[in-house]
Design a protein around this ligand. Structure first.
Ligand code: SF4
Ligand code: SF4
Length: 340
């Protein structure tokens, strides 16, 4: 193995890449700093956040902590999208319209505890999972698209200068993908890796059609000398739910494996503590990304730290317990060997 490669590149080569997704719409800044410090300490190679200066600063605070305590620093990846995308949305309603006797099913279903009696939806905490959208008997809840247009993200990314980038794309958006890629490569950016996130959830297409879409993007990426990480988005933003979602993410990978373009394949969308149990130890994807599943197992500790108005890093007992949980989730993947 080339000793000049960074730990993230080595992990991609070996097939033991692990990424933490903080969420393309998540702006819960104290939690983002804590999650980055925690999962960076546990050993993830990359942390994926929204293209937002405040979010990036919160993530860098956590990454600085990791570097100063452990001498390693995971990559900071920033996500954008080439069109409307469930990862780039927030829910909204006018809480003044809610009847006082409503049993609040919206609050009960929200995994981020983003909905309160007083304010309605706390925009910073909502990460756009969409579960509340159909929960209101009065249909008060709407979704708002938060995606940036190409002309907006070029300058923003130049000021952020992330280590890596991710483009969320979807079937039927090849032209939009090309425009997005052209914009990125016109900007003054110096990123190390590009990831392409795509799945078939919500689209009536076959796995062969998805593969064709990825190959079309692959051909265009070759113009820019890119061999991307393919993020296979099984069941978007559902990793906190359980067994079924873990299976969906793995099934997408198993189905597309023989017909996918070259480049590391990475699971996402539904990944959690169950994912490892569905895999044959001799046959693994090159990487995995954890989002809601990673957050859920440490959420009680994040919440106590927030209630105490301190960082999780300042509460040794909670930190150690949360770190134990984080390591249990990612350790089996850190020793994986993929097909790359
Ligand atoms: S349920 Fe999901 S979309 Fe609705 S407020 Fe909570 S995080 Fe946002
Ligand atoms: S379910 Fe509808 S009416 Fe009830 S609190 Fe939620 S948004 Fe308001």
């Amino acid at each position: 193995m080339d000793q000049t490669l960074s730990p993230s590149e080595i992990a991609l080569k070996k097939g033991s890449w692990v990424k933490l997704i903080c969420g393309a719409s998540n702006q819960d800044l104290p939690s983002i700093s804590d999650l980055c410090a925690l999962y960076g300490t546990a050993g993830v190679h990359c942390i994926d956040v929204a293209a937002d200066i405040a979010v990036v600063n919160a993530a860098r605070k956590g990454l600085d902590w990791v570097e100063s305590h452990h001498g390693t620093r995971p990559w900071l990846m920033v996500s954008i999208s080439d069109g409307e995308d469930v990862h780039f949305r927030k829910a909204w309603f006018d809480h003044n319209l809610c009847p006082s006797n409503c049993p609040q099913p919206c609050q009960k279903i929200c995994p981020a505890k983003a909905i309160t009696n007083k304010e309605g939806i706390n925009e910073n905490q909502c990460y756009g999972c969409g579960r509340c959208l159909n929960s209101c008997p009065l249909n008060l809840i709407e979704e708002k698209n938060t995606n940036l247009a190409p002309k907006e993200f070029g300058l923003l990314l130049e000021s952020i200068q992330p280590d890596a980038l991710e483009i969320h794309t979807a079937p039927g958006r090849v032209e939009e993908f090309k425009t997005t890629l052209d914009t990125l490569f016109k900007a003054n950016l110096n990123f190390k890796r590009l990831a392409i996130s795509c799945g078939i959830e919500g689209h009536s297409i076959s796995i062969h059609q998805l593969a064709k879409e990825l190959w079309e993007r692959h051909a265009y990426l070759r113009i820019y000398n890119q061999r991307p990480i393919w993020q296979l988005d099984g069941k978007p933003m559902s990793g906190d739910i359980g067994l079924g979602t873990a299976r969906s993410a793995i099934k997408l990978w198993q189905d597309i494996l023989p017909i996918a373009p070259p480049g590391p394949l990475q699971l996402a969308g539904g990944t959690n503590t169950h994912s490892i149990n569905y895999l044959n130890s001799n046959k693994r994807p090159e990487g995995i990304a954890f989002g809601g599943g990673a957050r859920k197992i440490v959420q009680p500790f994040l919440q106590v730290a927030q209630d105490k108005n301190i960082s999780l890093t300042e509460w040794p007992e909670g930190w150690n317990s949360a770190l134990e949980q984080a390591k249990q989730l990612i350790n089996p993947w850190l020793s994986s060997q993929g097909r790359a």
